[in-house]
Design a protein around this ligand. Structure first.
Ligand code: IMP
Ligand code: MG
Length: 174
């Protein structure tokens, strides 16, 4: 599979985004809420590049399953463990694609009345958007190609691939 983004390119951008978040939140505490499972690796790298006090939480939503196109239906499978009322929250996602997942999660999180809510995503595919939503922090904008690695999967595989690769349209032997 062709490499779209190398480990070095990813590490460099995550550091920059981490520094930006550090600057934006200065002496505040933040809660990073990762969207399982795709965002787990990005969150672990991002958290280590953020120099303000931070805690983690995770949510899980129904995924694409084995299909590569969204059914449009998003369902919460795992909610946050700790209250976020009055806290500064950053939702951390692997890819902002159609936007359905993050608009759903943003609406849900806002019901908990956080002091603020922002979105950080590793990848952004702006051409694919079905609902209007933008990330406050995005490492890379990418074209409309299906990718795997750095936490992202195809049918649960390839999450451990350390760089980000383009999954072929007509996979043979995958
Ligand atoms: P959205 O609701 O369409 O924005 O979907 C975002 C979710 O779809 C991400 O959290 C990913 O899990 C998944 N997704 C979208 N594009 C890709 C891709 O290219 N590779 C792997 N997963 C993807
Ligand atoms: Mg995902």
């Amino acid at each position: 599979m062709d490499v779209l983004l190398t480990q070095e390119q990813i590490a460099e951008r995550v550091k920059v985004i981490g520094a930006q978040i550090t600057e934006d939140y200065k002496d505040q505490s933040i809660v990073l809420i990762g969207v399982l499972k795709g965002a787990a690796i990005f969150l672990s790298d991002l958290a280590r590049s953020i120099k303000v006090d931070n805690t983690f939480d995770f949510v899980a939503v129904s995924s694409y399953g084995r299909a590569r196109v969204s059914s449009g239906a998003v369902k919460l499978i795992k909610d946050i463990d700790n209250p976020i009322e009055g806290k500064h929250v950053i939702l951390v996602e692997d890819i902002l694609d159609t936007g359905l997942t993050l608009s759903y999660l943003r609406g849900l999180m806002l019901q908990h009345k956080p002091a603020s809510l922002k979105i950080a995503t590793c990848l952004d595919k702006p051409d694919r958007r079905l609902v209007p939503i933008e990330a406050d922090y995005a490492c890379f904008k990418i074209p409309n190609r299906f990718v795997i690695g750095y936490g992202m999967d195809y049918a649960e595989r390839y999450r451990g691939v350390p760089d980000i690769r383009i999954f072929p349209d007509n996979p043979q032997g995958h």
